[in-house]
Design a protein around this ligand. Structure first.
Ligand code: NAP
Length: 237
């Protein structure tokens, strides 16, 4: 059975990705900072939840011992955990900058390093980073968030070049507006304004992201590496 490590599985896009992998016969290691019953959420015993803050290097080192799957391999890493702390730049607190950069960028460095070591030994694997349309086009009120998500594009390309000789693919997905707690809170004016920027005229679903993630982890995508693929209804092109 293949195995995948997904960060931030307790809700939203991460949970949807976990469902997609479990339905396709993967063993799922899923993390979040809070306690979460992953087996119940996935209705499967082929999974293990690990409490983990991606900012905590010591706990990453200790959970990595539990990670390798059945064949002592890890086939895929999905760096999904991410946060926002939106604020106009002139009002942005140092802590709002630090928290977002630490979680969305340094957190990915923290977890990808030990996973890459494992994948280099096994000479196979795929790493998928969840960025954002905000990292491609910028967004007022999100200087911290879009900086962290743009940085993932460079992270993806450079790491893809380093790991390609060992058969490891590294790619990035840039979701646009995805139906979520956040989009549900928009007023109807804000919703109309957002929709007016989307050529396909509707918000995406977390399943749209999950299906592409599964594809990028599969042999069907073995000739794709170092790419950033938008799933945004044509918002950025
Ligand atoms: N939703 C969208 O429209 C959208 C658009 C573009 C990009 N994205 C990106 O897609 C990813 C998922 O977004 P989402 O909307 O599904 O987010 P979400 O609903 O807020 O879920 C975030 C997940 O990450 C976990 N998490 C947060 N901080 C963490 C940390 N320091 N260490 C470990 N886990 C942590 C959360 O669990 P705990 O709180 O329990 O730790 C939760 O499971 C993010 O990277 C986001 O930037 C989302």
């Amino acid at each position: 059975m293949k195995s995948v490590l997904i960060t931030g599985v307790s809700r939203g896009i991460g949970l949807s990705i976990a469902k997609e992998f479990i339905q396709n016969d993967y063993f799922v290691f899923g993390t979040s900072r809070s306690i979460f019953d992953l087996s119940e959420a996935l209705n499967s015993s082929n999974c293990q939840h690990l409490i983990l803050d991606v900012n905590d290097r010591d706990s990453i080192a200790s959970i990595m011992k539990d990670i390798p799957g059945e064949n002592n391999t890890l086939d895929c890493l999905v760096n999904n955990a991410g946060i926002t702390a939106d604020q106009l730049f002139m009002r942005m607190k140092d802590s709002e900058w630090d928290d977002v950069i630490n979680t969305n960028l340094t957190g990915i460095f923290n977890i990808t390093k030990p996973v890459s070591k494992m994948m280099l030994k096994q000479k196979s694997g795929s790493i998928i980073n969840i960025s954002s349309v905000s990292g491609l086009m910028g967004n007022a009120g999100q200087v911290n968030y879009s900086s962290s998500k743009s940085a993932l594009l460079g992270f993806t390309k450079s790491l893809a070049k380093e790991l390609a000789p060992r058969g490891i693919n590294v790619n990035c997905i840039c979701p646009g507006f995805i139906e979520s707690d956040m989009t549900n809170e928009l007023t109807s004016d804000q919703r109309d304004q957002a929709l007016s920027q989307i050529p396909l005229g509707n918000f995406g679903s977390d399943t749209d992201i999950a299906k592409l993630t599964l594809f990028l982890s599969s042999d069907n995508a073995k000739y794709i590496t170092g790419q950033s693929i938008s799933v945004d209804g044509g918002m950025y092109m």
